[in-house]
Design a protein around this ligand. Sequence first.
Ligand SMILES: Cc1cc2nc3c(=O)[nH]c(=O)nc-3n(C[C@H](O)[C@H](O)[C@H](O)COP(=O)(O)OP(=O)(O)OC[C@H]3O[C@@H](n4cnc5c(N)ncnc54)[C@H](O)[C@@H]3O)c2cc1C
Length: 281
Amino acid sequence: MPVVQPIAARADFPVGNARCVVRTNRAVNDRYRHLVLEAPPALCGATPGQFFHLLCPPAAGNDPFLRRPMSVYRIAPDEHAIEFLYNVVGAGTRSLAALAAGDTLSVMGPLGIGFTIGAAYRHILMVARGVGLATMAPVVPWARRRGIRVTAVLSARSPADLMAREFTQREDVRVHPVFDQDGSSEVARVETLLRAILAEDRPDTMFTCGSNRLMALLQRLGLEYDVPGEIALEQQMACALGVCLCCVRPIKAAGEIVHKRVCCEGPVFDLQQVAGTWRHG
Ligand SMILES: Cc1cc2nc3c(=O)[nH]c(=O)nc-3n(C[C@H](O)[C@H](O)[C@H](O)COP(=O)(O)OP(=O)(O)OC[C@H]3O[C@@H](n4cnc5c(N)ncnc54)[C@H](O)[C@@H]3O)c2cc1C
């Protein structure tokens, strides 16, 4: 059984560190994998947008060394499980991909600040690209349980990369897929689509993750249509506890640029406050 070793006793810092047992770790498509861990209840209290810091195990000639941040993809306290959807890009995620059922993995979390789901919300517009889809997917069942409509614009390279079923988690969600392959993911075409959605059924908020270009577009449309929003940022990080400062990003606050730590003051920030860009397209 997994063992929880609390790394802080404060009630306002409910972060656990546990060695969890792998239930399944299977390929979803050529790019993404789905990892399900047996987790103690103390680790199952995450909210959408929060993440865990995974100690990816060393393999021959491959020692990831630092933990790797991974958004919680599905939160299932009743099933004593936490789930991740991940893209294999380097040493850490390659070693995750090698885990088999019955192996163990040290995870620390839940960490960071997740999405805000206001009690008065009736409609959420979500715009996700690539692996940003994994970060935003838990919002869907969370919102649906509260009777909130969700419209999702999902951007991917091709239909094979889309993972619409993984995103909706079998909930009744209006999905608009757009692809690089046929040009429908071009910013101008996404803008036309978003304008139609905003005019037809104005959302209370817009959530996004995974693309600088989509972030800039949503910032512009958010101001024009007076719709607030939030964005989950991805930034390389080391400690994930706010100590090492290696994940700072420029954020606009009270007319000034300040640097905030993505790990503990994010990863979810007010859409209009994020300044500058990061590596993703
Ligand atoms: C809060 C948070 C949540 C995340 N959630 C997910 C998720 O749900 N699913 C998922 O697949 N990935 C997620 N990521 C990204 C994931 O952490 C990185 O892909 C992973 O750490 C890469 O480790 P690696 O050792 O495999 O690759 P590395 O060898 O470390 O890097 C491979 C390539 O990816 C780039 N890279 C590495 N880490 C990041 C990062 N954090 N942001 C941007 N580029 C990076 C490197 O610069 C390099 O080009 C998240 C990142 C953050 C900060």
